[in-house]
Ligand binder design. Structure first.
Ligand code: R5P
Length: 412
């Protein structure tokens, strides 16, 4: 299928995922236009053809090959693809959802976007209802949407779920369910062939699928890009130590420590699992120890998600007590549940940390207002992955970002 007319690529956004989908679509548009212009320039030179004539011929070719009478748009100019599928969502007063696809998507390669941690007030039913949706609401609206897309005859269904819901329920102790895997089976049985996610809590979740493929993207390059603006990573620059906030985050932080060529320290916490963490202050952490040295250094911590913020706040407070000069944390999926933002504001006022870097894969309007919060943009990464999947191209260099990180760190 020609990349010059990607009419088969379609984006459906659930109400929670609309914001991120729009950001990704902006990148898709730029990338397609850039590729089109590049190809136009190369081919016009190669075949010694006038660029404008070539564009006209490409448009003619696409008009001849579309199953419609012709493709909408100018005959002599680049025709920007639409991608966004017109969809109507109804939210009923008893909490049920309905999704209706308002245009033909038969045979299209559909990417459904959902941000299950979007807890901003959403405008539903054409603006008549304002509603904050829970994670379970978002999961249900996703299922209803997958069904509508499938019934409408899409040829391929991929989910773009930066937050894989229930990913912390991936293993069991005693009589517990395996909810991460349960959801995977549901998606798969509904005909989903691929799930694109970000820094998934556990790679074990992939084992639950027999047919669907998980593309687990990493936010580390985008995070390090922001970190380089905050600290001097060169050999004679800031004295930085990477600190794993708990044993579960060691691999993630070892990656940063290796790539940044900085030492690794680790925090060890004892938790009382008979208690559920209520908020950032009332956590189930009972004791905390440090392996390594942070005295007089800039401590950098990375975690996959920030829920109540309890894990991170405890770790940052502890690192300051241990003599860290500055604390910077990076979170791939910043949920900031409940009153977490207020608690981080309070901790910032007390000087417990310097900056938190979080990605835009979870939508937060309020967070962007604070000087301590740094937004790291991963929309371009998602757009690139979607284009490559759509055109059956390799994802290897996007999934393994070690060489681009090396170049970035070398520049410092
Ligand atoms: C734990 O295994 C995760 O990686 C996060 O550290 C944790 O879920 C964060 O939760 P909270 O912010 O509520 O402490």
């Amino acid at each position: 299928m020609p990349y010059s007319e990607p009419t088969k690529l379609a984006v459906v956004a659930c109400p929670g995922g609309e914001h991120f989908a729009n950001e990704v679509i902006t990148h898709l548009r730029h990338m397609y236009k850039h590729r089109f212009n590049l190809k136009r320039d190369v081919i016009s030179k190669r075949y010694d053809t006038d660029k404008d004539d070539l564009v006209r011929e490409i448009n003619l070719y696409n008009d001849l090959h579309t199953s419609d009478l012709c493709v909408r748009g100018h005959v002599k100019k680049y025709r920007a693809p639409k991608f966004f599928v017109d969809t109507e969502f109804t939210y009923f007063m008893n909490g049920e959802f309905k999704t209706e696809i308002k245009e033909c998507i038969r045979g299209r390669d559909v990417f459904i976007f959902q941000d299950v941690e979007n807890h901003q007030e959403l405008s539903l039913n054409g603006g008549k209802n304002k509603q904050i949706l829970s994670i379970n609401d978002h999961v249900m609206s996703l299922l209803v949407t997958i069904d509508a897309v499938r019934q409408a005859g899409a040829s391929d269904i991929s989910l773009v779920l930066p937050v894989y819901p229930y990913s912390r329920q991936h293993k069991k102790k005693g009589r517990e369910g395996l909810t991460a895997s349960l959801l995977g089976h549901i998606y798969e049985n509904m005909g989903v062939s691929r799930i694109i996610t970000l820094d998934i809590h556990s790679r074990e979740i992939e084992n639950s699928f027999s047919k669907a493929i998980i593309e687990n993207l990493h936010a580390s390059y985008q995070i390090i890009r922001e970190l380089t603006k905050l600290v001097n990573l060169s050999a004679d620059g800031d004295d930085l130590v990477v600190v794993s906030p708990d044993t579960g985050a060691v691999d993630r932080n070892k990656f940063y420590s290796t790539r940044l060529k900085k030492p690794l320290a680790m925090i060890y916490k004892e938790r009382d699992y008979s208690q559920v963490t209520q908020n950032a202050k009332a956590t189930n952490i009972v004791s905390i120890k440090l392996l390594g040295d942070v005295k007089g250094k800039v401590a950098f911590l990375a975690d996959d998600m920030l829920g109540t913020g309890g894990t991170l706040l405890k770790a940052m407070e502890f690192l300051k007590e241990q003599g860290a000069k500055k604390v910077i944390a990076a979170i791939s999926l910043p949920f900031f549940n409940g009153n977490a933002i207020a608690q981080f504001n309070e901790a910032y006022e007390k000087g417990l940390f310097y900056r938190i870097i979080g990605t835009n894969a979870v939508y937060h309007e309020e967070l962007l207002k604070y000087e301590w919060y740094i937004n790291s943009n991963v929309s371009g990464l998602f757009a690139n992955v979607i284009i490559r999947i759509h055109h059956n191209q390799s994802l290897s260099d996007l999934l393994d970002n070690r060489s681009i990180i090396e170049k970035l760190v070398k520049k410092e």
